[in-house]
Design a protein around this ligand. Structure first.
Ligand code: SDX
Length: 438
């Protein structure tokens, strides 16, 4: 810096402990867009203090260049591209390439990426044998998280997470095999024979065929389903540091192989507060049963003493409409009209619930809007997909984002194992009391 330029101090925040009067200047970590952060790493050494943030409401766990969310403005960008444009103009494989590489592919690069994924759609026959160890009524998410983790046993070289080429091969394997494994869970559930991939088909078409084809009859690809599924996959591909992505980052930070890492992400996504909400929406709508019962369920949702919550409503980050919900709602309405099922009790209940909730002060005052899971549950139901497969569909889409986030974490120059601390509130040291004296 030349001497005539004014010295601009590095941005910091000063923290003072008023019990001791000690202070520390904490550097500010600048963002390219949205909130910057306070680097609290010097805090413990300087003031012997930890940060405390249950649920990580105000904690940035990492720097990331993959996805940007603005909860107040309702913005969602994948590598800077607004979700509205990607949902309208892109494809799931192109979005997967974008998330992984950071740039939209040229035509030759997209073709090459598609070929690399397609090479990995088959699974070892031993993997298919695992399915038969599950009860006939096992939840497909229980099966999926099991068989994905079990892939660790088939690709021991995947433990070489320091090798970029090895990471990329694992990425192709996971994106390529996930539809086959997911459809396998569905076929096992239905007691139907597994359908092997047909690599002459597109990614979505191949998945739908593995789900619904039967050996006894030719399978006709339904373009309505393909279009709806492509949009659902794009909208669910990544979403910043949500619970399952944070699980992937933390699990992967021990440098375990990516199959075990993604299996951990599947486990977290399964919860009804997270990706399991799309399935929970349908159970809730079936529980409500009829439009006339909505008021009592709205009352229960408001009652602090009742654990019941309106599934598909609310979001930790979005304090206005989830931009994905806005997009998927449009597709949802078009599909209900195309299939002429708007009048069916389940869908009538869903639309009336949405209307009432959006007018009710309890939801308005808490900025609780329908989220992506509310409408994806309705769309998947209208498409005739079994409710227990809804979160599996979410896994299929989010696998691309999880891998991109895992790769970004592992490739960090100073990557280290994640190991949060705690505020201990238990007993202070005390001596053992012999049994006879208790
Ligand atoms: C996903 O993080 C992501 O990005 C996730 C996701 C992704 O793409 O990865 O977007 C996908 O998981 C979407 C969310 C799907 N979950 C649901 O639809 C389940 C229902 N929603 C809630 O459980 C809840 O809204 C959460 C879990 C989504 C968010 O919970 P928060 O941020 O911890 O909110 P909170 O519990 O602090 O709620 C604030 C207030 C509370 O009331 P008060 O204590 O202020 O009186 O809002 C109330 C809550 O009781 N509230 C609800 C409610 N959600 C919040 N009341 C009734 N029904 C609800 N759904």
């Amino acid at each position: 810096m030349s001497s005539d330029q004014p010295h601009i101090p590095a941005p910091t925040v000063t923290v003072t402990d008023n019990r001791t009067g000690s202070s520390v200047d904490l550097p500010i970590v600048s963002s390219s867009h949205g909130a910057s952060g306070i680097d609290v790493r010097p805090l413990q050494k300087s003031l012997d203090l930890l940060t405390f943030d249950p649920g990580f409401m105000s904690t940035a766990s990492c720097r990331s260049a993959i996805t940007y969310i603005d909860g107040g403005a309702g913005l969602l960008w994948y590598r800077g591209y607004p979700i509205e444009q990607l949902a309208e103009k892109s494809s799931f494989l192109e979005v997967s390439y974008l998330l992984l590489s950071g740039e939209l592919p040229s035509a030759p690069h997209l073709d090459r990426f598609r070929d690399l994924i397609t090479q990995h759609t088959m699974v070892h026959e031993g993997v298919l044998k695992f399915y038969h160890g599950f009860r006939h009524d096992a939840h497909p998410m229980a099966i999926l998280l099991g068989v994905v983790g079990a892939l660790s046993a088939f690709y021991p070289e995947a433990m070489e997470v320091s090798d970029p080429a090895c990471r990329m091969t694992s990425a192709y394997r996971l994106i390529g095999k996930m539809p086959t494994l997911a459809a396998g869970a569905f076929k096992y559930l239905r007691g139907e024979p597994f359908i092997y991939p047909d690599d002459s088909l597109g990614y979505i078409e191949n998945f739908l065929r593995m789900m619904f084809a039967l050996p006894a009859a030719p399978y006709r690809i339904n373009p309505v389903m393909v279009r709806a599924m492509e949009s659902i996959f794009i909208l669910h591909a990544d979403h910043e540091q949500n619970a399952s992505t944070s699980t992937v980052r933390l699990a992967g930070s021990s440098r375990v192989n990516p199959f075990a890492t993604i299996s951990a992400g599947i486990s977290s996504l399964w919860g009804p507060s997270h990706g399991g909400a799309n399935e929970a929406v349908l159970h809730m709508l079936q529980q409500i049963g009829d439009v006339k019962n909505i008021p009592q369920f709205i009352a229960r949702a408001k009652d602090r003493n009742d654990p019941f919550r309106l599934m598909g409503f609310g979001h930790r980050v979005y304090k206005q409409y989830d931009p994905r919900a806005r997009i998927i709602r449009k597709h949802c309405m078009e599909l209900l009209d195309e299939l002429d099922v708007r009048g069916q009790p389940l869908f009538k209940t869903a639309l009336e619930l949405e209307r009432i909730a959006l007018e009710d002060d309890y939801f308005i005052s808490r900025q609780l809007y329908p989220n992506v899971d509310f409408y994806s549950g309705i769309i998947l139901k209208a498409l005739g997909i079994d409710t227990s497969m809804f979160t599996v569909i979410f896994v299929l889409a989010r696998t691309a984002g999880w891998i991109a986030q895992w790769m970004e974490m592992i490739a960090e120059p100073d990557q280290r194992i994640g190991r949060p601390r705690q505020i201990y509130v238990g007993q202070t040291q005390r001596d053992y009391v012999p049994l006879a004296a208790r």
